[in-house]
Design a protein around this ligand. Structure first.
Ligand code: GLC
Length: 570
């Protein structure tokens, strides 16, 4: 090979794993920035904030759904995949967003919700219109079984996973709400229509997709009854749709039809509840041509008992065991995504940190631990400010279909007292993460000049971007440094990972290594000082990053983070 060819091959190789040193920022548009005062965030609002994202240093923006939607599940119920909901703006606004991001060297990935559509999507309207409509088979229709639902599956947002449609006397399947009928991916026309739509978006300039519950698209066509856990009313059908029989075939087909001509430049991340490490390795092994990475759910399932409405305290040993296993499992082949938060999860500082006296320290420690793992980190809007959970006191303050349906089911059908139901909602409800972005301490938090669609956290007077940008010891400036480190230090992007102290209930500890360089990362998950039991030789290592202004060898103060670096003699 000539030197010239070698050089260009190296460049392509370097480019095709650009995502290893990238950081993604999730915008939940409804709650990010409202430019027109209607109380709901919009695309123009995002455009106005791009300099903020550029200052933070993120490489990719993941935009939660802005497509036309009846908004039963805040846009995760789409009725037109090729237009923007007027609530958020227009296609012209989106084109401008893409152009303005690209002008700043950032990429845009769109949310792709194709396990289901809205019940108002023209495909479903046609499908439901008669037994013989050409689109009948685009969804999962079944005749009643003994006058009732075709199987015992429950839906994610309460009630059965089937709704009877009077027009034809058959039931349709919906794993989420009745307003979100599941598409039948067995039908090649469905797949072709989805691929065509995805290509349309890529041609428009988007740089990839975050793919909603993508490991649910292949179902066992026999749709057998699911196991009934404990005193649950419905069966759990997940064994028959999580990473189902044809999932790899579908994703490889999608790769061929959509990703392959531009694969190296794209970022694709599949949201995959219930995915195992072994499956994730298959999904993300570059040689298999499926996805760049997946969102797994194990570590966000450790602080509740089966149901998210039965919270329990996190055991740090479990967290290390879980994340450590994922690091190991995807070390040789595949790639991890790294996340604490998103629009479905509680705010991490309230969840795994201390959102009282140690809010800033613990928010930085959590960020430091996550971002120094091997994988691509995702930041959820407001996490970079250490935004906290919201304390809602009545059900009327909630907006999320999941919380509202659960409250109704628990109080009306199961007869649980309201205060108990509200208490069980508090920790893990999704509206915790969906209160508006806190830009300033003024009324409306700089988010809106109107009446916000959901209450603004009263702590916005204290916790806001205006107060933090440029304050050297703020959570925001800490995230900035962390992102810059990933960009500049190959050891953070690519280095090998080794977990230390797996049984220590208070200290999170691991090393990274790359050539002669080694990092030791230490995090104290509590307010008690602690002496970590690591090789004392590290005491003389240099501090690459910490969350205290000074450095005191190896002892860890409350919620302290240390990233130490040393060069080994080879
Ligand atoms: C995903 C989304 C969530 C949505 C659900 C149904 O889990 O992240 O917000 O409610 O899918 O589309």
């Amino acid at each position: 090979m000539s030197t010239e060819l070698q050089d260009s091959a190296t460049v392509v190789a370097a480019n095709s794993d650009w995502f290893t040193s990238a950081v993604v920022y999730q915008v939940y548009p409804r709650s990010f920035s409202d430019s027109d005062g209607d109380g709901v965030g919009d695309i123009r609002g995002i455009i106005e904030r791009l300099d903020y994202l550029h200052t933070l240093g993120v490489d990719v923006v993941w935009l939660s759904p802005v497509y036309v939607s009846p908004q039963n599940d805040n846009g995760y119920d789409i009725s037109d995949y090729r237009d923007i909901d007027p609530l958020f703006g227009s296609l012209a606004d989106l084109d401008e967003l893409i152009a303005q991001l690209h002008a700043r060297g950032m990429k845009l990935i769109m949310d792709l919700v194709v396990n289901h559509t809205s019940h108002e999507h023209p495909w479903f309207l046609e499908s439901r219109s008669s037994l013989t409509n050409p689109k009948r088979d685009w969804y999962w229709w079944r005749a009643p079984e003994n006058g009732a639902e075709p199987n015992n599956w429950g839906a994610a947002f309460s009630g059965p996973a089937w709704t009877l449609d009077e027009t034809t006397g058959e039931y349709y399947l919906h794993l989420f709400s009745p307003q979100q009928p599941d598409l039948n991916w067995e039908n090649p026309e469905v797949r072709a229509a989805v691929y065509e739509m995805m290509n349309w978006w890529l041609d428009r300039g988007v740089d990839g997709f975050r793919m909603d519950v993508i490991n649910y698209i292949s179902k066992d066509p026999a749709l057998p009854d699911g196991r009934v856990w404990g005193s649950n009313r419905y069966g759990d059908g997940s064994a028959f749709y999580i990473s189902g029989p044809r999932i790899h075939e579908y994703l490889q087909e999608m790769h061929r039809e959509v990703f392959s001509p531009r694969a190296g430049a794209l970022l694709t991340v599949g949201e995959m509840p219930g995915v195992t490490v072994d499956d994730a390795r298959l999904f993300t092994d570059a040689a298999r041509d499926e996805l760049t990475m997946v969102f797994q759910f194990e570590h966000v399932g450790l602080d509740h008992d089966g149901s998210k409405w039965r919270p329990k305290a996190l055991d740090l040993v479990d967290l290390k065991q879980s994340l450590g296993r994922w690091q190991e499992g995807l070390a040789e082949r595949g790639w991890n995504s790294l996340y604490w938060s998103n629009h479905d999860q509680p705010r991490v500082v309230s969840r795994f940190g201390d959102d009282g006296a140690y809010r800033e320290l613990s928010a930085k420690m959590l960020a430091g631990i996550l971002h120094t793992h091997r994988g691509t980190p995702f930041i959820y809007q407001g996490e970079e400010l250490g935004m906290t959970n919201m304390a809602f006191s009545t059900i009327d303050e909630y907006r999320d279909i999941e919380a509202i349906n659960y409250f109704r089911e628990a109080t009306d059908l199961l007869g649980l007292p309201e205060h108990e139901t509200l208490a069980s909602l508090a920790q893990h409800n999704r509206d915790n993460a969906r209160t508006p972005m806190q830009w300033s301490g003024y009324p409306g938090a700089g988010f809106t000049t109107g009446e916000p669609w959901i209450a603004i956290n009263p702590n916005s007077a204290r916790i806001n971007a205006a107060e933090q940008v440029g304050r050297d010891d703020s959570v925001f400036e800490f995230y900035r440094r962390l992102i810059a480190l990933r960009h500049s230090e190959p050891i953070i992007a690519r280095g090998d990972f080794r977990m230390l102290l797996p049984d220590d209930p208070r200290v999170y500890a691991f090393t990274r290594s790359w050539g002669e360089q080694e990092l030791l990362v230490l995090g104290n998950f509590g307010a008690e000082p602690v002496e970590p039991d690591v090789d004392p030789a590290w005491a003389s290592a240099a501090l690459l990053l910490g969350n205290y202004p000074d450095h005191t060898a190896l002892a860890l103060r409350p919620w302290e983070l240390k990233v130490l670096t040393q060069t080994r003699a080879m």
